[in-house]
Design a binder for this molecule. Structure first.
Ligand code: ADP
Ligand code: MG
Length: 214
């Protein structure tokens, strides 16, 4: 068994009368595709937000790469290499594909002047590493959901993601697009990146998972 990348121990979360999570424990092995499955309202998104440090659990512990966090902040999660791709994808619709992929990186480098060539180079390099092609100049609002997800994955990779979490990416994809996404996630896994794939549809996660938590 691979070493755990992440361990969640006895985590609970109560929202104004709703017990979203009740004493949940699970572990995510290093370099595995782990599917998190449960019906709507079962607390999957809440658990992910806790792992991202954006929701505080009422109790319990989160251990990332052997380090225990009692009070995990978003910056801790990012520094541990955790990148969450939420259902809304958090992209800038009126900016180009290349800009959406590259801007974070250029901002982090505190670039005062950003030129298109640099933006394009960063984006095309990361696309090359995952053997995918996108029209770099196209505005993100004009591309398919599947390609938007690709943009979000590229952005996560540029932030040196060690764990990529996708919240219900399949709900907007057709069978073909899902299969291509699975294929990419498996390739990322083979490069050592850990994947958590969230879904409420059990049948389609069997084909991709190394492990499943329900
Ligand atoms: P899932 O992603 O599995 O569909 P969620 O984590 O979104 O489940 O929600 C779990 C439960 O917590 C649901 O009953 C939901 O209504 C409730 N919940 C989620 N977020 C909040 C919130 N911010 N405030 C109050 N209740 C919430
Ligand atoms: Mg959800």
């Amino acid at each position: 068994m691979a070493e755990d990348f992440l361990r969640i121990q006895n985590v609970s979360k109560l929202y104004a009368g709703v017990q979203a999570l009740d004493n949940v424990s699970m572990s995510i092995g290093q370099g595995e595709v782990h599917c998190l499955v449960g019906e709507n309202g079962s607390g999957k998104s809440t658990l992910i937000k806790i792992i991202a440090g954006v929701v505080k659990p009422d109790g319990g512990e989160i251990v990332i790469q052997g380090k225990s966090y009692k009070n995990l902040r978003p910056i801790d999660s990012i520094n541990e290499g955790i990148q969450v791709i939420y259902q809304d994808l958090s992209l800038f619709p009126n900016l180009s594909v290349a800009e959406n992929i590259s801007l974070n990186q250029l901002i982090e480098e505190k670039k005062k002047i950003i030129n298109w060539k640099e933006v394009k180079n960063i984006a095309s390099n990361v696309l090359l590493t995952i053997k995918k092609e996108l029209d770099l100049k196209e505005k993100v609002e004009n591309i398919s959901i599947a390609n938007k997800q690709l943009v979000a994955i590229c952005r996560a990779l540029l932030r040196n993601a060690k764990l990529i979490i996708m919240d219900e990416p399949n709900s907007a994809l057709n069978a073909n697009e899902s299969e291509r996404l699975f294929d990419l996630l498996r390739r990322l896994r083979d490069q050592g990146i850990t994947i958590i794939y969230v879904s409420h549809r059990l049948e389609e996660v069997f084909s991709i998972s190394d492990r499943i938590s329900v």
